[in-house]
Design a protein around this ligand. Structure first.
Ligand code: C5P
Length: 215
């Protein structure tokens, strides 16, 4: 068992991982790492330079040069960046370059926090296989697309009919089928299907599970 309480949250795009992770971290006073931001930052660096996300050498160089302390660019949240992130994330060398930072975050949570919540796709399987608690968050694809559309609408982003669902399915397929660290539930993860649930219900269920894990 790690010295700090580590919570791994994995799941597909728009499953509500970020919302749940942030909320748990705030409630528990834990540090939170949205690992997707790291991949997004690599994708965005390439897009800004006009390079292709599939350009392996450029992607690996961007991952190795990444400063994880400065991930506040609003462009990190765009759909285009998310798509680029899932392309660079399929490259084993990119994943390797980002692994150390994530493991250090879990081993010594910043700010003197008593624990850490990390969310992503491979936290419970690769980054923190010894996490004290693992949650695999899921929800039906139609519902996830509807949630993402709502989020985009609230941000004032343009929405093309059907495009969100299509992009989400494409991204899911890429994340689930890649050779290295694919999106897959860890055998010892608690599966929380939030279809038809609101954020409050998901939070209560997650908290009950964490209590059962000795939190
Ligand atoms: O979670 P988010 O949508 O921000 O992640 C963007 C992309 O980064 C994902 O589609 C996935 O390809 C990649 N990712 C990953 N492993 C993680 C977190 C994100 O491969 N732990």
């Amino acid at each position: 068992m790690p010295p700090f309480f580590v919570i791994a949250i994995d799941g597909p795009t728009a499953s509500g991982k970020g919302t749940l992770a942030r909320r748990l971290a705030r409630h528990l006073g834990f540090a939170h790492l949205d690992s997707g931001l790291l991949y997004r930052a690599v994708g965005l660096a390439l897009l800004k330079r006009g390079q292709e996300p599939a350009d392996k050498m450029a992607a690996v160089a961007a991952a190795q040069a990444l400063d994880p302390s400065g991930l506040s660019d609003p462009a990190l949240r765009s759909e285009e960046t998310g798509k680029a992130a899932s392309v660079v994330a399929a490259l084993p060398e990119v994943r390797a370059a980002l692994l150390d930072f994530q493991r250090r975050f879990a081993a010594t949570p910043p700010g003197g926090a008593p624990g850490a919540v990390l969310d992503g796709r491979d936290i419970g399987t690769v980054v923190c296989p010894d996490a004290n608690a693992k949650i695999f968050l899921d929800a039906g694809v139609e519902e996830r697309a509807a949630r993402r559309e709502k989020e985009l609408r609230e941000r004032g982003a343009p929405i093309i009919e059907g495009a969100v669902l299509r992009d989400l399915q494409e991204r899911d397929a890429r994340d689930r089928n890649r050779a290295v660290a694919p999106l897959v539930r860890a055998g010892d993860a608690y599966v929380l299907d939030t279809t038809g649930m609101d954020a409050e219900q998901a939070f209560s269920k997650a908290l009950a599970y964490l209590r059962s894990r000795g939190l």
